[in-house]
Design a protein around this ligand. Structure first.
Ligand code: NAG
Ligand code: NAG
Ligand code: NAG
Ligand code: NAG
Length: 209
């Protein structure tokens, strides 16, 4: 039987066999990534966190590639490689993949050390094909839902329901609307917006997500 510890060891071995990226040797790739995807960070802290996520994702992809070595397949990081999927899910209720499987790739000229350089080439090619991509996805941070709801109530002149239960239901429905909007925005669909109905429960129980 595989125990958790054994899995952890297997995972470690995979990491150890793969190229390991550190701040020193990932920063150049990160700069390249930022330029290619027009990444802008609000401040130094956000940039630092993004670099940390980027390194985690690089190492994840390097380990995956090590695992499928000899199988003509290649994992590459994608434009979300500066994000932490768990964190992103927590804030925006969207599951995110930070890498993709390119599928069958001719790897005859690629040695172990070069797999990620090749990955960067792949990204370069992908981005050039993807010119209309805009980095400005507007998403609502669910961690800030209380404030957003307050602003929303003010904007639309909404009154608090008298019963606590009703207040809670309206708030949950509002959060569900934020999630709906996030998921649509993420797909590039900007047709739904926060309007007067954002906290109106449409069907019984339709305030869960
Ligand atoms: C990055 O630097 C570390 C520490 O010096 C080294 O072990 C690792 O092999 C380097 N990775 C790559 C991809 O060059
Ligand atoms: C390589 O591909 C073969 C055939 O699809 C599969 O059986 C095998 O598990 C793969 N090996 C790895 C390391 O992914
Ligand atoms: C609704 O109640 C909350 C606290 O329960 C309060 O902070 C907020 O100002 C109230 N909003 C309105 C529009 O009365
Ligand atoms: C955008 O989202 C709205 C609301 O969910 C939906 O009715 C519409 O079909 C979507 N449009 C596209 C192009 O997906």
């Amino acid at each position: 039987m595989l125990t958790y510890d054994m899995l952890a060891v297997i995972f470690l071995i995979n990491i150890v066999n793969a190229d390991i990226y550190t701040v020193e040797n990932a920063t150049r790739l990160f700069n390249f990534f930022k330029t290619k995807y027009n990444k802008m960070y609000k401040n130094k802290l956000e940039e630092k966190n993004s670099l940390r996520n980027f390194i985690d994702n690089l190492n994840k992809v390097a380990a995956l590639n090590e695992k499928v070595k000899g199988n003509d397949t290649l994992y590459v990081i994608n434009r979300y490689a500066d994000m932490d999927p768990e964190d992103f899910d927590q804030h925006y209720a969207i599951s995110l993949k930070t890498y993709e499987n390119e599928g069958k790739v001719d790897l005859t000229n690629i040695g172990g050390q070069d797999i990620l350089r090749n990955t960067m080439e792949k990204i370069r090619n992908k981005v050039e094909k993807d010119e209309d991509y805009s980095e400005s996805i507007e998403l609502y941070d669910l961690g800030n839902a209380n404030n957003l709801y307050k602003q929303y109530m003010e904007k639309f002149g909404k009154k608090n329901a008298t019963k606590k239960y009703d207040r809670t239901v309206h708030f949950y429905r509002f959060v569900k609307t934020l999630v709906d909007i996030n998921r649509n925005h993420f797909k590039g669909n900007y047709t739904i917006a926060l309007d007067d109905n954002a906290d109106i429960v449409k069907e019984p129980y339709e305030y869960f997500y």
